[in-house]
Design a protein around this ligand. Sequence first.
Ligand SMILES: C[S@@+](CC[C@H](N)C(=O)[O-])C[C@H]1O[C@@H](n2cnc3c(N)ncnc32)[C@H](O)[C@@H]1O
Length: 273
Amino acid sequence: VDLDLHRGETSLRPISTQDVQWYHSIELAPGEVTPGWFDLRSVAGRLPWPDLNGKSCLDVGTFDGFWAFEMERRGAAEVVAVDVLDPARYDWPAGSDDAISNAFEQRKRGGQGFELACEALGSSVERRDMSIYELSPEELGSFDLVYLGSLLLHLRDPVGALEAVRSVCTGNLLTLDAIDPWLSRALGGRAVASLDGVGRPWWWKPNEKALTRLVESAGFVIEHGPLRISMPPGKGQPRLGLKLALLRSHEGRVALRSSRRGDPHAAILARPA
Ligand SMILES: C[S@@+](CC[C@H](N)C(=O)[O-])C[C@H]1O[C@@H](n2cnc3c(N)ncnc32)[C@H](O)[C@@H]1O
């Protein structure tokens, strides 16, 4: 693997780290960090992890694998990572444009980022190409910890997905997902979510109370959280300028806030009821 991320030297291999549009900032070798859309390295230490030593873990929607590698680093004996490698199989709302789906495919490139990172880190994480809805003990067995990051937002049926997660979870679920902080502020006492569902696989953004309710209604008991966390942008994410056009719409203000202060999320540690 060509680890020279900055100088652009030619690699003898057909695919190098420079060909990948990284989602995660991952330190592949000392000082060599991939230019991810998000740099979650500072977030990892803030999550309410249970002890992972010798445990079996599942990372759902792994992308470049940052969280799967983190669980391995924390002593997990076995880590399985699942992902949908062809974005055409995401939950697209009706009427979505092919150009957007093609742009997703370009970024995903069949999950090459994960493969490169896995090799560079000498990781033994096993990746499976399957949807969260297809999780079952018959297919995968069961896990002491299931990690679910920034995925509920992209699902048409988050409760159905969480029920599938519960079917393979014997210990804990740790979820860190997008929330709508405006709904938390304005209607924090009620479980409410905003709905996108236009042109791209973005669906429900709950407030913290609704995220909690989603997890509980799929058959989990909350052990910790919700804990508010901002997902810091990485070097691969362009910083949006302070433009009047952005400030005029709610979506523009959300994008501006995420680009500067990180994408608002909340973490919950739960266990099957
Ligand atoms: C926003 S990224 C989050 C990446 C990573 N989980 C994290 O927390 O940083 C969403 C990931 O979910 C995957 N995904 C989308 N739909 C999925 C589905 N139905 N089942 C499993 N993974 C899915 C995407 O391929 C992508 O890897």
